[in-house]
Design a protein around this ligand. Sequence first.
Ligand code: ZN
Length: 334
Amino acid sequence: MKPNPISPTIPLDQDGVHHGHLKLPHSRDDSAWGAIMIPLCVIKNGDGPTALLTGANHGDEYEGPLALQHLAHTLKAEDITGRIIIVPAFNYPAFLAAKRTSPIDGGNLNRMFPGKPDGTITEKIADYFERTLIPQSDVVLDIHSGGKTLSFVPFAAAHILDDKTQQAACVSAMEAFNAPYSIMLKEIDSVGMYDTAVEDQGKVFVSTELGGGGSATALTSAIARKGVRNMLAHAGILQTELALLPISSPSKMLDMSDENAYLFSASDGLVDYAKDLEDPVEVGDVIARVWPKDRTGATPIEYVAQTSGILAGRHFPGLIQTGDFLGLIAKVVS
Ligand code: ZN
């Protein structure tokens, strides 16, 4: 395999707090010998586990970058044992453009693993994590939220894994994150995901969905800041007294294993939600109606719950298209 072109501008293995960049050469019209400079902070103190923390895997999701900026700015090396590698804006070109995917190559970083060292810009970022950063990490947190097109009740997530010891470690880290909700996530399409790449290397992995709509709120930001610190304390990296007190304890466990948990739109139009996030939902309840955009007098198309629970996720913009995700109904199990 070819070497990856990315090089860190700071040492990854020296004690102290180091702020720098992952330098990714990118020859282009406005900078022939230029580079993409992805912000990076490494905090290390002695020997111990390594945590790898990322935000903005999708560029329009802000709780991750906010919580990680805060952490990199406030944490001192003596507060920790081990190492924390912080990349607040994982798909940095997408983050700069406030887009889910990269404006350079259209790359959805979370569908591009394991990546390629000689591929597109997004594939090069994926390959660097796949072969350089994930292997030297023990605990990995990737902070997502709904972005411009989705909105969720704030949850942390783990996946069902073949290795039950690894799964239990992931669940334990998810519980330590202590979002208002926790979920064993069943992905619509797990091929190429960072989640899968990290789990395949046997690491402890937690993901989140903390709100959405292409912005962050005071509450969702605070959930992310608290969750990061709690997870670091749980991993034995951060001194426990520096973790924040839980905002909501205990986390409510959600189950989305019902095959009818997801609703999708089969029509284009104006979406008119009859339920809000966290509202209880019974089978047969109308979740949303879709009105036509181009005429009056037509009856809206109704989307009805096929399972019961709470509305845990929804489409965010006012207009919806055929095939769009419309709703996620999850059961509160504890
Ligand atoms: Zn995302």
